[in-house]
Write a protein that binds this ligand. Structure first.
Ligand code: SAM
Length: 225
């Protein structure tokens, strides 16, 4: 396991290896009941879920919210890599939230919580709106839709960090959405994750998001900005 992380420049100690191993076992144990991931092979879990998510940790600072965490990606690997980060995972499916709470408990993680709900609804709640330094998301929606889910959670001065595949087209079609929502493209970091092409898109929050966003009622997906 350690070598896959080292290959990508990430050093992990024995305690972190142990946490990742426990997490892998829980993913496999609960996958049938909870339908968490299509990836079930040990090596693939490490490469495609753990290392991919851990690469995102470099771009996260302060208080983090992860949207559509599913089985915990990228939030839980980020927490294992950087235990000082305060993490909130927002997930729409209740049974996945139950799984996330099992992982938190069994791994003994602290400073990490789960919210069961939809981003477009919780972003309207004053407790969460513009309350985070970083918002991450992986494999949730196209970037223009995702921006409307994520940027409302980010404070001015913070950033939205999207973990994507080849994102050239998506970035181009999202520039308008970034600007409407108070964001500005900062960087696109392309990298090879073993055999796949990946890209981390970083959008800085430079202005407050106008109150009417996210629009809700499925508009983020049906008619992206
Ligand atoms: N981020 C994880 C990963 O990379 O493996 C899970 C990806 S899974 C394909 C997408 C997840 O996003 C699902 O668990 C789904 O329930 C959740 N989701 C989709 N739309 C959402 C929304 N609007 N608010 C909250 N969760 C959402």
């Amino acid at each position: 396991m350690k070598n896959y992380f080292i290959e990508k420049g990430i050093l992990i100690d024995d305690n972190q290896v142990n946490l990742f191993n426990q997490y892998k076992d829980l993913l496999k144990e609960y996958n049938e009941k909870f339908n968490i991931t299509a990836i079930t092979d040990d090596e693939e879990i490490v490469k495609k879920h753990f290392v991919d998510s851990a690469i995102g940790a470099k771009y996260v600072k302060g208080k983090l919210i992860d949207i559509g965490s599913g089985g915990g990606f990228p939030a839980i690997p980020i927490k294992i890599i950087n235990p000082d980060i305060e993490v909130t995972m927002l997930e729409a499916t209740e049974k996945k939230c139950m799984f996330l709470n099992v992982v938190i408990e069994k791994l003994g993680l602290t400073g990490i919580t789960v919210l069961n709900g939809r981003a477009e609804e919780l972003a309207k709640n004053i407790k969460y709106r513009e309350a985070f330094d970083t918002c991450t998301a992986r494999a949730v929606a196209r970037l223009n839709t995702l921006s409307e889910y994520c940027l409302p959670f980010v404070k001015k001065g913070g950033s939205f960090v999207a973990l994507k595949g080849d994102a050239e087209e998506e970035v181009k079609e999202s520039l308008n959405a970034f600007s409407i929502l108070g964001g500005k493209l900062k960087d696109k970091i392309n990298y090879n994750l073993f055999e796949s092409k990946r890209c981390i898109v970083i959008v800085d929050k430079i202005k407050n998001t106008p109150e009417k966003y996210p629009r809700g009622r499925g508009k983020e997906r049906k008619s992206p900005l």
